[in-house]
Design a protein around this ligand. Structure first.
Ligand code: PEP
Ligand code: MG
Length: 538
């Protein structure tokens, strides 16, 4: 048995088989063979890619099957094949030729200006990337799991999580990443235990298939554990399940404080999550990260967004739902939308700041949001990465324009959006009195508020000692925000990860916060502590 110590990133316990994902191949270098041999390699890779896709189709949901079918058709596309063969004839290796053709083909599609065709470039990149991976000796079938598995990787990307089989992925272990990286945030919302910051030895392919026990609370990992360790983990897992069931009686309980009631809301990824959160007692949904729509295999269209928002609203069954407009950039880059060469992406063009560069993207999102609210029910919409008042007023002016057009054309009958801003920069907290004049609610994003206040990168393991969500400077900014919100009659909640920690939640209650939004498996434990704190009133 080997015991590794890392950082706890998502609470919970798991026992499973290791599945190592080696994204980087050390010292990997492409060798270009004779043209006829490169052509033969390309033909063979095509056959393998088609086989992989057909296998995937058998286990996929309907919506994904359509995309895979389109990808199969693309692999047989004559124009694309001729282009690749020509690049190979010019002396390029097969993998490089596929990459060159991919760029040229996608460029051509984009230049057509056709929204549908441009929207398909990500599917084309995905399928040709599969061919390149095969040629480079990397397998794409990394998330085809057939037994309870613990995924071990250098880093898990948010897009990996979108394709993961929730039934069998019981844990994550990563060498990189941090508690605040988005993959771990999503792991927490999915209730999957995760440990990050492990020694890179864990990536050894020989570990594949070995049994591993993961303690996502303590950040401990046991590879090839003794029988006794496995038995102990399984015992603790059963106990946790029982404890959860007995605490479920709290789910419908209100929390009476010495003033207004405290509400527990949930942060969710998709309609399925929302339905579960409501079933588990969430009084509302405080954060849906809409940029998650970019982590699927094709770019969101107006229709797919409209459907997604409608499903979210319906899944909440009358509870309030808060959609955050696209927060692209920094640690959530998206293809051509975020800039690839920013020297300091966390301080660059992110979230609402992209409205000037990608107006069309936000207009489309607004269109879908107004329509969804009109069709399926009222929603809250909030803006991320606000630091100056003008970003909010400009965005609201764009929203008004979109709304007026939709009202005039009869596409919507009324405006059912309530607007808010995220307070996640020190500047936003300090000018919250002014921001309060433009919106009806604040949602405090402590993940970024801590990063920007403490000048500590949320992704960097080395800056963890500085990344203190309870530092007096961060608490002071929350206090200022609550004060300004109360004066202006604006609602205020916390939706950062820190709200899921009961100790922090109690401190926020003392600061006057009366709504906390968190990963759904934290809702009941936090509720239990708040009920204890206010036991006299409950
Ligand atoms: C936050 O910053 O606290 C937040 C909720 O947003 P995200 O983690 O998506 O940046
Ligand atoms: Mg944030």
């Amino acid at each position: 048995m080997i015991k590794y110590l890392g950082n706890a990133a998502s609470g919970g316990l798991a026992v499973g088989k290791i599945k190592v994902i080696n994204r980087r191949i050390a010292g990997f270098k492409r060798v270009v063979l004779a043209t006829h041999r490169e052509k033969a390699l390309y033909e063979a890779a095509l056959i393998l890619a088609k086989d992989e896709i057909r296998r995937l189709m058998r286990s996929s949901e309907r919506e994904h099957q359509d995309i895979l079918m389109f990808q199969l058709v693309m692999l047989d596309d004559n124009g694309l094949n001729v282009m690749i063969q020509n690049f190979i004839s010019e002396g390029n290796g097969a993998a490089r030729s596929v990459e060159m053709a991919m760029e040229e083909y996608c460029d051509r599609l984009k230049k057509t200006g056709d929204e549908y065709l441009s929207g398909r470039t990500s599917d084309i990149r995905d399928v040709l990337g599969r061919v390149v991976d095969i040629l480079d000796g990397r397998s794409r079938e990394r998330f085809v799991l057939t037994e309870p598995s613990v995924i071990v990787a250098d880093e898990i990307l948010p897009s990996d999580l979108a394709s993961i089989d929730r039934q069998y992925a019981v844990g994550f272990i990563t060498v990189g990443g941090s508690y605040q990286s988005h993959a771990n945030i999503i792991a927490r919302t999915m209730g999957i235990p995760s440990v990050c910051g492990l020694n890179s030895e864990i990536l050894n392919p020989l570990n594949n298939g070995r049994t591993v026990c993961v303690d996502g609370y303590a950040g401990e990992v046991y590879v090839n554990p003794a029988e006794g360790t496995i038995a102990l983990f399984n015992h603790r897992i059963r106990q946790e399940r029982r404890a959860k069931v007995s605490l479920m009686s709290l789910k419908e309980k209100d929390i009476h404080t010495d003033g207004e009631d405290m509400e527990i809301w949930a942060n969710c990824n998709d309609p399925k999550d929302i339905a579960l959160a409501v079933e588990n007692g969430a009084r509302g949904i405080g954060l849906v990260r809409s940029e998650i729509l970019f982590m699927k295999s094709s770019l969101p269209t107006l229709e797919s967004q409209f459907e997604f928002y409608c499903e979210c609203i319906r899944a909440a069954n009358g509870r309030p739902v808060t959609i955050r407009t696209f927060d692209i950039g920094a640690d959530k880059p998206v293809g051509d939308i975020s800039l690839d060469k920013e020297p300091n992406p966390a301080l660059g063009l992110r979230g609402i700041r992209l409205q000037y560069r990608h107006r069309e993207l936000f207009e489309q999102q607004l269109h879908a949001l107004y329509r969804a609210a009109d069709t399926a029910g009222a929603i809250n919409v909030m803006l991320p990465m606000v630091s100056v008042e003008k970003d909010v007023t400009d965005f609201m002016a764009m929203a008004d324009e979109v709304k007026e057009k939709l009202l005039a054309s009869g596409e919507i009958r009324e405006d059912r959006i309530t607007w808010g801003v995220m307070i996640e920069t020190p500047a936003a907290a300090l000018i919250s009195d002014r921001l309060a004049q433009h919106v009806e609610f604040f949602s405090i994003g402590t993940n970024d508020l801590t990063q920007y206040t403490m000048a500590a990168d949320r992704m960097n393991v080395e800056t963890v000692p500085y990344y203190d969500t309870m530092h007096p400077a961060v608490l002071k900014l929350i206090e200022i925000t609550v004060e300004n919100a109360k004066k202006a009659g604006v609602k205020v909640s916390v939706c950062g990860e820190s709200a899921a920690d009961a100790v922090n939640a109690l401190a926020y209650a003392d600061l006057g916060i009366r709504c906390l939004s968190m990963a759904q498996n934290a809702m009941i434990p936090v509720k239990q502590k708040l009920l204890e704190k206010y036991s006299e009133n409950n």
